[in-house]
Ligand binder design. Structure first.
Ligand SMILES: [Zn+2]
Length: 93
């Protein structure tokens, strides 16, 4: 029976190399919620995060000034009611 129905918890596998973190092994935590199988994996992730952070800071202000594509609010044009029978009118067959 391979009952793998439950979703894999993030602490069950190394965040970086996806190696399952067996109960006996040491788990290297990072930022409180990220687990790694080894100090190497954690260091690699830390370095990657640091690099990403630095990059973000370098281009930070402009990246944040992304404007939302605000579409001009178009008024509902064209009388949709035209084809409809006016309320109150009597349809005599
Ligand atoms: Zn790992």
């Amino acid at each position: 029976m391979g009952g793998a129905g439950h979703g894999v918890h993030f602490l069950d596998a190394c965040f970086l190399c996806r190696r399952p973190l067996a109960g006996n092994r040491d788990i290297f935590m990072y930022r409180g919620d990220t687990a790694f199988c080894s100090d190497e994996c954690r260091s690699a992730q830390m370095a990657a995060d640091e690099a990403a952070e630095r990059k973000e800071r370098a281009s930070g202000a402009s990246a944040r000034a992304v404007t939302h594509g605000a579409l001009p609010a178009r008024e509902a044009e064209g009388p949709q009611e035209r084809g409809k029978v006016r309320a109150g009118s009597i349809l005599a067959l």
